[in-house]
Design a protein around this ligand. Structure first.
Ligand code: 4AD
Ligand code: MG
Length: 435
């Protein structure tokens, strides 16, 4: 190769193979993220979709084009790649030429602080910011490593439908849609269909958007959120507790290994994440109630935990805590009754540390036809809509279990964010559905 030949590259490549490109002429295309001047030097920070790189400009002949390159203008830069130990990327460019491709005028998001409402109104542009870039790349990795883990473990991805004729997680949070004159709902959970899949393929999962008309406006709730839902035949509650903690720690360790750049941009304390290896802590619902009461929080045994209770519980633990055996009255019809203690069910919730609340909900499923039917009748569930689901207990029934992990809460915890709204490209919330 000719010594002076320009290498068309990007910041991801520089991050991985920077040493090989050092002192070579490189070409990068991107957008002006920020710029500043200091004495006789100008600095232009370019974002190229893969990362951020500082371009140093010391040639006064380039100053006029530098001035033209306003924030978010599109441009192409050529220069010599130099090591820069202070930058998260490890390299900078000593600029030789700048080509302006598109000049941006009056970009609305300036480097000053903006309020959340303003930023959410401009979400289509806000996703270009450094923090959002880091978060959404980690989201991508989380989804990738979840699939990688489950596929390695012999699961197949088995898609549940989004249009569903009946509820999975109770009727209060259903979104109704008109389906050619019939009443249908947007899926709250793909679980019931996964149970059919597990009896056909043994280990399955679905991974997609789910919808809940949640009236609660909290920093943990979205109206549209993504869930991965593994379901396994011939599996007990203990088996899925095992799978869920291994999956969570696999994903976190992979993110630590492969998303160091993003975690640096987010200034995340990675030591807290390194600890996340099985076994997680285990307590029962009753023990969790004791913890809450010891902290002086008033709570009625038998009620469900809300965000304040979950936060209080999680403060006692530096790793996730798995809470099992909740009262059956606060849990859905499909959960298997604990044979030892019929007022409780064989379920588990995983509460993340650092106050991120419940990230996983799962259970062993009721596999006895008559018990399930009785429970559905007790809860006034329209049996005719669930005949197909009951069939699964008539033909080749087997103990089976599964769980759902909410991607946004998981990502919010990994990135240590205040609110889940930043973990999804275009969040849907109680009062926010645009753009
Ligand atoms: O506990 P949930 O409601 O469980 C189910 O839906 C089961 N059918 C899953 C299964 O067993 N296959 O929801 C599971 C997880 C929660 O732990 C939480 O992480 C997330 O989904 N989640 C939400 N995330 C964001 N916004 C919301 N409104 C959420 N509701 C649940
Ligand atoms: Mg739950």
């Amino acid at each position: 190769m000719n010594k002076n030949e320009t290498l068309h590259t990007n910041t991801e490549n520089i991050r991985k193979n920077g040493k090989e490109l050092e002192n070579k002429l490189v070409n990068i295309k991107g957008w002006v993220w920020n710029k500043r001047s200091s004495g006789k030097i100008r600095f232009l920070i370019l974002r190229d979709g893969k990362g951020f790189i500082q371009c140093v400009i010391d040639n006064p002949e380039l100053f006029s084009i530098f001035d033209e390159c306003t924030q978010e203008s599109t441009c192409e830069i050529e220069g010599i790649l130099k090591e820069d130990k202070r930058s998260p990327l490890g390299f900078e460019i000593l600029t030789k030429t700048i080509k302006l491709i598109h000049k941006t005028i009056d970009y609305p998001i300036t480097p000053k602080e903006h309020g959340t409402d303003f930023l959410l109104d401009h979400r289509h542009l806000w996703i270009r910011s450094r923090k959002q870039f880091a978060i959404l790349r980690i989201r991508h990795s989380v989804k990738h490593y979840i699939r990688e883990y489950l596929n390695q473990e012999g699961f197949i991805e088995f898609d549940s439908p989004i249009f569903t004729p009946s509820a999975c997680e109770g009727t209060t949070t259903l979104f109704e849609v008109d389906y050619f004159g019939e009443k249908m709902y947007l899926s709250q959970s793909g679980q019931l269909y996964q149970e059919a899949g597990a009896l056909s393929f043994k280990k399955v999962y679905c991974f997609g958007p789910t919808f809940r008309a949640e009236k609660s406006k909290t920093r943990r709730h979205l109206i549209e959120f993504w869930m991965v839902e593994p379901e396994v035949a011939f599996a007990t509650l203990e088996d899925i507790i095992d799978i869920s903690q291994k999956m969570i720690s696999y994903v976190i360790q992979k993110v630590l290994e492969n998303n160091t750049y993003e975690l640096i941009l987010l200034e995340r304390n990675v030591e807290d994440l390194r600890k996340i290896v099985p076994p997680f802590y285990r307590i029962t619902y009753s023990e969790a109630v004791d913890i809450i009461k010891q902290k002086g929080i008033s709570f009625n045994f038998g009620d469900d935990f809300g965000a304040p209770e979950e936060t209080a519980i999680s403060e006692n633990f530096d790793k996730p805590v798995i809470i099992t055996h909740y009262p059956k009255n606060i849990k859905p019809f499909y959960m298997k009754i604990d044979p030892q203690n019929p007022e409780f069910v064989l379920n588990m919730d995983i509460i993340a540390p650092e106050g991120y609340g419940e990230i996983v909900g799962g259970s062993q499923r009721e596999d006895d036809y008559q018990t399930l039917l009785n429970r559905m009748k007790e809860e006034n569930i329209p049996i005719e809509d669930y005949q197909w689901y009951l069939d699964l207990r008539k033909y080749g029934s087997v103990p089976h279990s599964g769980f759902g992990l909410g991607i946004e809460r998981f990502v919010a915890w990994i990135c240590k964010l205040e609110h889940v709204r930043e973990t999804i490209p275009f969040p849907r919330m109680l009062y926010r559905y645009k753009p």
